[in-house]
Design a binder for this molecule. Structure first.
Ligand code: ASP
Ligand code: MG
Length: 471
């Protein structure tokens, strides 16, 4: 294992790294190892395994009055967490104390859920309260497991650690200034005492004391905020892969781990669904200048992927080629749009009103057509929304193609380098693949294009091989 000594580090363990007693032990052993080397550590825990999904299913079952399903999920949650406590906390006395609190949290959850069952409704506020049980349980079990291994550990709920947020339940935004000050005030003394602070990921608290959640995958954001407040040397996001890859290894076996990315590149990758990354978490660390590393709990000696403020030139222009499936392309054509200010705005507004996210946009300079990419499952709704927004008398043709995929080529080295686009499209053309739509942000970090779905994998291979990204 790397000899990292005397640093201030924040470790965040994702759900898969905490699924079951053995994995919790494994994670605790990593914490113990690095803490014995003289590092000062803060740990952020996600909920165990798929607990958050189970809590969401529990909520729906309660709201819709499906009592048996509700009981089944509650029973499963109880046995998962009690089993984890028994298996991960060795010391008899500590184990009993740990179990007592786990039982009492589970009982609270039962009470709250039965309230929702009888009312047949929940509010965003009560939903967040229910979701918070996942992280509160896992973090408490983790704390007790560390203690029973002889590591001094103190349990913190997000709000107690200084994560104060607005009251947009479900996707709350941390109040940055306050957070940074409070985090330092609350956690620095713990580190000075030589203890490990163990903090619930994903949840915060409004100034008047209500529990909020930071959006799915929000534990990453908790970790980078804590790192920022404490001025940590690095934040390590422990997950179940060796790092971010040059492409999906299921597409191409030669895919490699990318050793280093800039924040901008990593955000591009996160948007395209790279595993183990929350875009807002990176934004927070971008402004705070904190180094973030993605590490594999199942292969801790691998260096992982390091994300820093700027790209270290590794001699390659392109760092990753990604494929986004399950999308649809909508094209709106019509001469009425030409030179008419606001036509693009109207289309986008209609989609925003319908709650539909636009993944990619392209408009030709003639303005006679605009193409958009949206999630495939939302395509029909998107078409409807655009149709409804059309003024009477306007002639517009709306086409929707559902058998498409987006290929995204990411790399900061492409910036200002002539010929990248021609090489990318040349590689694709050599395989006889037709490109349907193209978009490149003026940041030049990313070239995205659309092909027929059946050509997606081949297009990725063509570029990956042409740039020699593979092993
Ligand atoms: N448990 C939450 C989720 O599954 C938060 C996280 O894992 O980061 O989304
Ligand atoms: Mg999770």
């Amino acid at each position: 294992m790397q000899e990292i000594i005397e640093l201030k580090l924040v470790f965040k363990f994702g759900g898969t790294s905490l699924a079951g007693p053995d994995r919790i032990r494994n994670a605790c052993n990593l914490v113990k190892h690095y803490s014995l080397l003289g590092n000062r550590l803060v740990v952020v825990c996600s909920a165990m395994g798929d607990t958050t999904d189970h809590l969401l299913a529990l909520l729906s079952a309660a709201e819709e009055g499906r009592r048996d399903e509700m009981e089944a999920i509650l029973t499963q949650l109880e046995s998962d967490h009690l089993e984890a406590t028994r298996g991960a906390v060795d010391d008899g006395e500590l184990r009993r104390a740990a179990e007592d609190r786990v039982r009492s949290m589970l009982l609270d959850l039962r009470h709250i859920i039965s309230g929702i069952y009888f009312l047949r409704e929940s509010t965003p506020k009560s939903r967040d309260l229910i979701l918070s049980f996942g992280e509160r349980l896992s973090t408490w079990i983790f704390t007790c497991s560390l203690r029973s291994m002889g590591v001094g550990a103190e349990y913190f709920e997000g709000g107690d650690a200084g994560i104060v947020t607005d009251s947009e339940f479900g996707y709350a935004t941390p109040l940055l200034e306050q957070c940074l000050t409070l985090v330092r005030e609350r956690l620095e003394p713990v580190l000075s005492r030589g203890s490990v602070a163990v903090v619930t990921g994903f949840i915060g608290r409004t100034p008047d004391g209500a529990i909020t959640t930071l959006g799915r995958g929000g534990s990453d954001l908790t970790a980078t905020l804590l790192g920022w407040g404490l001025g940590a040397d690095e934040v390590w996001l422990w997950t179940d892969v060796d790092g971010l890859m040059t492409t999906d290894p299921r597409i191409l076996k030669t895919a490699k781990v990318i050793p280093q990315l800039s924040y901008d590149e990593a955000i591009e990758m996160a948007v395209f669904g790279a595993k183990g990354l929350h875009p807002r978490a990176l934004e927070a660390s971008y402004y705070g200048g904190i180094r973030v590393r993605i590490k594999n709990t199942f292969n801790p000696s691998a260096p992982g992927t390091l994300i820093t403020s700027s790209s270290i030139n590794t001699g390659t222009l392109v760092k990753a080629v990604l494929l986004l499936r399950d999308v649809a392309m909508i094209t709106v054509k019509g001469a009425t749009a030409v030179g008419r200010p606001g036509s693009a705005a109207r289309i986008l507004q209609s989609l925003a009103n319908a709650g539909i996210n636009v993944v990619m946009i392209s408009q030709s300079a003639s303005e006679s057509s605009i193409s958009l990419i949206v999630a495939r499952r939302l395509a029909d709704r998107a078409v409807e929304a655009i149709k409804r927004s059309t003024d009477a008398g306007m002639v517009q043709k709306i086409e929707c193609e559902k058998d498409v995929a987006v290929v995204a080529v990411v790399g900061e080295g492409m910036k200002g380098t002539p010929g990248v686009a021609s090489r990318v499209f040349g590689a694709v053309a050599k395989r006889g693949i037709n490109v349907r739509m193209i978009a490149q942000g003026s940041s030049e970090l990313n070239i995205s294009f659309v092909v027929k779905e059946s050509d997606g994998v081949e297009a990725v291979k063509a570029i990956h091989e042409d740039y020699g990204l593979g092993a």
